[in-house]
Design a binder for this molecule. Structure first.
Ligand SMILES: [Zn+2]
Length: 357
């Protein structure tokens, strides 16, 4: 039996708004008191969804913003249009960020200063973003190049380019607010009189927070559950011995108790229903990828670089290759942590994986 295509899988989900998208500079109401904003990104993943929640805080009427877009003039200009068009003359009262990736937190400092309000985020992601935005060595640079070399990337030109990309994160996240309000798993944040429960998720970001409201049956899923693409799950140089795929798959289980009718508001793609179907698709996806990786390693011991063509059939530019390398290591590590592969380090310093026996 041939496996279902991406389009066939997507057809099993339901998009209540069809193909309707918010206009640039405008928002669309997706649930009572919940508006959808869509902003352009200058990457292969060319947009991000942000959310406006009608709120009352400390006796003031206004809005809570969820996620921010990267720091760049185009995004600021689009926010100004949103402020003019969509806030009913009311202020932004707080900024919630699901996780520390640049498209989510990039403009948090600007938004918080613009509206004199606080950033709400998990402590783990706050600290990661704060270090990343102040550092010229983490999140890229020499340590990332060394990590990729250990996993079989040997082309000197590519490694040189990665070495030179040391300030990649600060270029999109030049700073974060000096203080924050901590979001914890299981905590309920009252927004506009409704309780939104924080659901921590791991494996994609250090400590991602999704938000669920039971009255509306709405889940702001961030990057943890996306309708069309599978969430990036990568091993990074800062935590080279990690098993993020185990964390990610465990985290998906935490959304299963939510109702079947849940409207999922993802950071990329369109609002959808079919949460349980999508979770099963993601589990199946990784089960299949793991089987392919195991199979490749049974043919010959493989580094992460060796299995890129197993996991990715399309051509990858260098930027995509760095993401793909992180994903390849994540799949090898899952099998290694399960005891289905063993790791050995060659005389060339490269980690290769093969089955036991
Ligand atoms: Zn992300």
């Amino acid at each position: 039996m041939t496996p279902p295509t991406k389009n066939e899988l997507e057809a099993r989900l339901h998009y209540p708004l069809g193909d309707t998208l918010p206009e640039p500079g405008r928002a669309l109401v997706v649930a009572p008191g919940v508006k959808w904003i869509r902003m352009a990104l200058p990457f292969a993943l060319d947009h991000i969804n942000l959310w406006l929640l009608r709120d009352t805080l400390d006796g003031r009427e206004g809005w809570t913003v969820v996620d921010c877009c990267i720091h760049r003039d185009e995004a600021k200009a689009q926010w100004e249009q949103i402020f003019a068009n969509e806030l009913d003359g009311l202020p932004v009262l707080r900024v919630i960020v699901t996780h520390m990736h640049p498209d989510h937190i990039g403009l948090a400092k600007w938004l918080c200063e613009r509206w004199n309000c606080m950033l709400w985020i998990s402590a783990t992601d706050y600290n990661s973003a704060r270090i990343g935005s102040q550092s010229t060595t983490g999140f890229g640079g020499a340590s990332a190049a060394d990590f990729f070399a250990t996993h079989g990337m040997s082309d000197p030109e590519s490694l040189e380019k990665i070495r030179g990309r040391a300030s990649y994160y600060p270029s999109m996240v030049p700073g974060v607010p000096r203080s924050f309000v901590r979001l914890l798993d299981g905590q309920t944040v009252t927004i506009g009189g409704r309780g939104w429960r924080c659901i921590a998720g791991y494996g994609h970001a250090p400590e991602h927070m999704a938000l669920y409201n039971d009255d509306l049956q709405v889940l702001i899923s961030g990057d943890m559950v996306l309708p069309r693409i599978s969430t990036n799950v990568s091993v990074y140089d800062v935590e080279p011995e990690s098993d993020p795929l185990a964390l990610f798959l465990d985290s998906l289980e935490r959304y299963l108790p939510l109702p079947e009718a849940t409207l999922v508001l993802p950071s990329h793609g369109k609002p959808f229903t079919g949460l349980h179907e999508r979770i099963q698709q993601l589990k199946d996806h990784h089960t299949d990828r793991l089987a392919e990786v195991l199979d490749a390693c049974a043919q010959k011991p493989c580094s992460a670089f060796d299995i890129l063509p197993v996991l990715f059939t399309r051509a990858l530019d260098l930027h995509q290759t760095t993401f793909a390398m992180g994903e390849a290591v994540a799949h090898l590590h899952r099998l290694w942590f399960q005891g289905r592969l063993q790791r050995s380090t060659g005389a060339d310093g490269v980690h290769r994986f093969r089955p036991h026996g």
